[in-house]
Every structure is written in C-alpha cells, then in structure tokens.
Ligand binder design. Structure first.
Ligand code: FAD
Ligand code: N01
Length: 550
C-alpha cells in the first residue's frame, strides 16, 4: 500500500499493534473470514521483542510456556534453544509465525496511529496515522501493549549531553558496543538487572544509579536439551491445558497449599533454597500460599533474599544499599537475573545511591548528583514505561461529539473485564487494564482475550448485531471487584508501575486483575455463555439496544 494521505480503507476490523497480541488477532479474525488491517508504529513486527533489544534481554517465563498454543504443528516444530528465550530468539519466533500463517500482507509497519474516532451513526471507527492515512472499520482492536511507551525521565540538561544515550525499550537495532566506554545505567528494574551484568563485562567502567533497591532471583537459565524438549512436546496439549488451570497461565508449578508461617525457620530456609536453585520467579513466589497476601509471611521470603544479597556482595556497604526494604517481595515484578548481585564485586562497577544523593542535571560530559560529578561516555536509561494505559492515551480515542478515553479514565481506567470500556462501542482491548495481563504469562492472556473477542464477534454475526458496548453498571461492578481483589493482597503497597507510581501525576490505581487467569477465564466464559451478560448488543447502529444487565 502507498502512503497517500487521502487514502481511505474500508475493512471489517482494524488492529493497532503487531506484537504477540496484534498478530494473533489478525490470524484469528482472518480465519473467520474478516478483512483485517494491522497498523504498527515500528518498522517491523514483534512489539516488545522488536523494541527491547538491549544486552541481556530475555523472557522470564519459560520458553515452552511463553509461546502460542493455538497451533499444535507450530508448537511441535518450533525449537527453543534456551529455558528462558533471549530477545533475538523470541523475535525470530514471532517472524516465523507471521510468515508461516501468511500474516505480513495485512500488516502495515511505520504507521503510528494518532487518533481513533467512533461515528455512532455510521457505526465506524476512523483511525488516522501520524502521516495522515485514514482507515475505517466497524471494529477496532487495541493491541498496543502494556509496556510499549518507554519513559525517559525529565532530567534537565539531557539535550546537552555529548555522549550517546539509550532507553532499554528503544534500543538501536544494530546493538551498541560499550567496549572501553564509561557507562552509566539509570534504573534497577527488570531491564536494568538483565542489562547490568552484560554491560559490566564490556565497559571500561559502569556506574549504576539506583533509586530503589529491587528484589531479584537467579533465572537459572540453561540450554534446553533435546530430551527436555521431547518430553514436553510429547504432552504439549496436556501442559497447555494444565496452564489454563493456573493463576499465572504457566504449567508445572502446583499451587502451594501451606502458609509460610506454618513452616519452621529451618523448613522455610530449605524450601526457599530449593526454589532459589530451581530458578524462575513463579517458582520462588509459589513457595508458600500466602507470600503475596500476608506481610509477615512475605517478610520471611524478603529476608531470605536480603540474606542472599549479603552473602553474595563482598562490600557490606554496597550489600546494604542493594537490599530492598521499601516493598514486600513480589509486589513489584520479581526480577530474574544472571549474575546481577555478583556484578557489584567487579572492580569496574560502582553503585550510586540516588535516593540519598539525587541526580540534579545531565551535563555535556556526564551527570551531576547533589554531591558528586560523574564523567560518562554513554547513559542507558532502564527507567521503564508509562505502563498499561500509556499507549492507549497516546492515541486520541474518542466518540464523535462525545467522550474522550483520557477524560473518562482521568481518575484511573474503567473497563468491563478489561475488554471494553462503556461508551466506546466496538472497541476492544487486548490485555487491557483490569484484566490479568501483566500478572500472568502474557501470551496465554493474549490468546484468551483474542479467542474471547473472536467468539463475541461470531455471536454478533449470528445475532445480526452490529454494535457492542459494555453496560456501565456491569463495568462499575467489575472495577469495584478488581479493586477489592487487589486490596486483599500486598500488591498495592509497592510504588510500582502497577499503580502508576513511576509516572508523575498518574492517579494511583492498582490496575491488573490479580485473582488469576484461571478464575478470570471462567468469568469471561460465563459471561459469554450467559448471552454476553453485561454487554449491550444492538442490531442497528444507533441506540436500538438489546440490553442485558450484569
Ligand atoms: P507489545 O509487544 O508491546 O506490542 C504492542 C505493539 O503496538 C508495539 O509493537 C507498538 O509499537 C505498537 N503500538 C503501540 N501504540 C501504537 C500506535 N499508536 N500506533 C501503532 N502501533 C502502536 N511478559 C511475559 O509474560 N513474560 C515475559 O517474560 C516478559 N518479558 C518481558 C520483557 C520485556 C523487556 C518487556 C518490556 C516486557 C516483557 N513482558 C513479558 C511483557 C510483554 O510486553 C508481553 O509478554 C507481550 O510481548 C505483549 O505483547 P503485545 O502484543 O500485547 O504488546
Ligand atoms: O522498568 P521498571 P523495567 N530517576 O519500571 C528507575 C517487564 N520486563 O523496564 O523503583 C531514577 O520496572 C526505577 O526506580 P524506582 C516486567 O514486567 C520484564 O525494568 O521507581 N530512577 C526502577 O529502578 C517489568 O516489570 C523483563 O525508584 C528512575 C527502574 O528505573 C517491566 O517490563 C525484563 C527514574 C524502572 O524499572 C518494566 O521493567 C524487562 C528516575 N526519574 C522488563 N524513573 C523480564 O525479565 C524510574 N527509575 C522478563
């Protein structure tokens, strides 16, 4: 297709984003015979795995689980080289999927969507790109990602910096050679913790600017042997089915039944050691059944990790700074690392505590904290994302002559099941706010959402319905429910991106649904089976509604 600004394309559905979610949406809807166009801001497909090419980037859900389940042939034939796949392998996989299922002709890259406007009378979404291209379709699916809007802090002087600076989520395609360079990394979340050991091994000197210490456990990554691969694939359908019955959408981790407080200190220590050696964050947080709901129980696991840090890091002052004390373990995403804490024993690595001595300004030759000056050739920001709502707010989503999404959600997102938001007809979100999304194996959550939406569209077809909206009462009930579930856990206690704490001015609302993907799937299936309870379907474009209350 050309990039003419006057182009108008009529389609059955538009999908924004070509990551795991956008690609599966395209495949599924095309299987239903729909005419679909995917619009992607990046110059290629892959989403998270296209953008986050920083050194050390890999998944923290095991590769055999963090992959599509919709095609038995695909899952049998694809071979993952490692237990936790590296970014390049995941991107290779996504590209394979696109080719294998003939998806590329329907994806338009280098196309950033800037607005999506619904015309109630014509029952059409009009979507416009940054280059002025216009696309129209009755249905619009936002597959824009939860972690797709990178956040570079507003540091004065950044524009004067004469070196190079990078963000983990916008990493250069051709990589960066840090050999012989003085590098500064700002941020110690999952991205920083993965990147730091790799860059430390390359750079002349690495300064790590830490605002908040973070919990991390060993990934225990390793090559995936043919034997492990064969055994898993012999029963792949079984493992996928098992995964569906878990709260994280990951098989092989039976839910714990015992409280940490019912174990003796010696038993706890033994159990945590076993989990530590096994690797994986689900494994560690599944040691006991109350680590995420009981502060006293959680403290036993938190202290175990602090003890590990003290035993790994030689300099006691550095070890003290690296021990998280401001949030219970697991209430921010538990990082997985390969040699993170060990890195602080290197002579070419310095930890800088920017909580006590904050960064004041970036200078042409480095940066200055309140008390010190640092000479740097390169700065890598691993400062995260405007998560969950960021990419949605980046698009002007509105109803013609009516509400704007950013106004409706000014005090926090409001959705029904994280799938739709009342008043914005025929607009679906994949892994939207108030769905399990980032608190699950996201590929599993994506498949669940896309399958549900496809089922819904089929139902509408069968009923000759042309519009669907969420009922406001059902939405209110869902929002309350999501909040109540979160409040019964320790999650809201952390200043995490789950509550928007990393973005100045963002309302503090814990957004993911943490009752579990298994329970959530049952709820969604129940809603569908009950004639799409809580949704309003209409056979005509304007307001001749057939309403069903939740
Ligand atoms: P994305 O992959 O984010 O894709 C969204 C796409 O939409 C992007 O390509 C973006 O460019 C495009 N887009 C956004 N806005 C617009 C617009 N306005 N116009 C056009 N295009 C737009 N999850 C796990 O479950 N396990 C993991 O191990 C894991 N590891 C992760 C590691 C990193 C470094 C990061 C950042 C995230 C990780 N995640 C992980 C979460 C990860 O985002 C999801 O697993 C998954 O890749 C999300 O797929 P998606 O298609 O929903 O979104
Ligand atoms: O981002 P983050 P991320 N000045 O927001 C600091 C997924 N993921 O890209 O805690 C100084 O977690 C901030 O400090 P503080 C995963 O879901 C997965 O690392 O706010 N520092 C923090 O240390 C993850 O949760 C993997 O005080 C500033 C860091 O930057 C999500 O993506 C790998 C700052 C940001 O941490 C996001 O992870 C990578 C400022 N102004 C990502 N602003 C896997 O392993 C922020 N910080 C699968």
């Amino acid at each position: 297709m050309s990039g003419r600004s006057s182009e108008v394309r009529r389609l059955d559905a538009l999908v924004v984003g070509a990551g795991f979610a956008g690609l599966y949406s395209l495949h599924k809807l095309r299987q239903m015979g729909l005419c679909v166009q995917v619009l992607e801001a990046g110059s290629d497909i892959g989403g998270t795995w296209f953008w986050n090419r920083y050194p050390g980037a890999r998944c923290d859900v095991e590769s055999l689980e963090y992959s599509y389940s919709f095609s038995e042939e695909l899952q049998q034939e694809w071979v993952w080289p490692e237990r936790f796949a590296a970014q390049a392998d995941i991107l290779r996989y996504i590209n394979h999927v696109a080719d294998r299922f003939g998806l590329r002709p329907f994806i338009r890259t280098d196309t950033r969507v800037v607005s999506a406007v619904f015309d109630k009378v014509a029952c059409l979404w009009t979507v416009e790109s940054a280059r002025g291209e216009v696309f129209k379709a009755p249905f619009c699916i936002m597959a824009t990602g939860n972690l797709s809007l990178p956040r570079v802090p507003d540091l004065p002087g950044l524009e004067t910096f004469r070196g190079n600076w990078y963000h983990s989520g916008l990493w250069p395609k051709d990589g960066v050679d840090f050999s012989g360079r003085r590098v500064g990394i700002i941020g110690t979340g999952s991205s920083g913790i993965q990147m730091i050991p790799v860059i430390a091994a390359q750079a002349k000197h690495l300064h790590i600017f830490q605002r908040t210490a973070n919990f991390s456990a060993p990934a225990v990554n390793r090559p995936l042997t043919p034997e492990v691969d064969r055994r898993h694939k012999e029963r792949y359908a079984y493992w996928r089915d098992q995964a569906k019955q878990t709260s994280f959408g990951i098989s092989g981790h039976p839910p714990p039944t015992k409280s940490a407080l019912d174990a003796t200190p010696a038993e706890r220590n033994r159990d945590y050691e076993t989990k530590w050696d096994t690797g994986g964050n689900i494994s560690f947080l599944y040691a006991y059944n109350d680590l995420l709901v009981n502060a006293e129980a959680n403290e036993t696991a938190s202290e175990f990790v602090r003890t590990k840090i003290r035993s790994i890091v030689h300099d006691p002052k550095v070890a003290e700074l690296l021990q998280p004390r401001d949030h219970p373990i697991g209430t921010k995403r538990l990082c997985l690392d390969t040699g993170y804490f060990e890195t602080f024993n290197r002579d070419n690595v310095t930890l800088v505590d920017i909580k006590s001595d904050p960064i004041v300004v970036v200078t042409p030759t480095g940066l200055r904290t309140k008390a010190r000056e640092f000479e740097l050739d390169d700065i890598a920001f691993t400062t995260g994302f405007d998560a969950i709502t960021g990419a949605l707010f980046d698009i002007d989503i509105r109803v013609e002559g009516g509400s704007r999404l950013c106004d409706k959600w000014a005090n926090g997102p409001r959705t029904y099941l994280g799938l739709m938001t009342a008043g914005f007809r025929n607009l679906f979100m994949i892994t939207g706010p108030q769905s399990p999304s980032v608190k699950s194996n996201m590929v599993a959550s994506i498949e669940q959402h896309v399958d549900w939406i496809a089922g819904c569209l089929q139902h509408m077809r069968d009923q000759c319905a042309v519009q669907i909206d969420a009922d406001e009462a059902a939405e209110n009930k869902w929002v309350d429910h999501v909040g109540r579930v979160a409040d019964a856990t320790l999650y809201p206690r952390a200043n995490s991106w789950y509550v928007g704490a990393n973005i100045p001015g963002k309302p503090r609302v814990f957004t993911p649904y943490v009752a579990g993907l298994d329970k959530y799937r049952q709820i969604c299936d129940g809603v569908a089976a009950d004639n799409y309870r809580g949704f309003i379907l209409s056979k005509a474009p304007v307001d001749q509604t057939q309403s069903r209350q939740a």
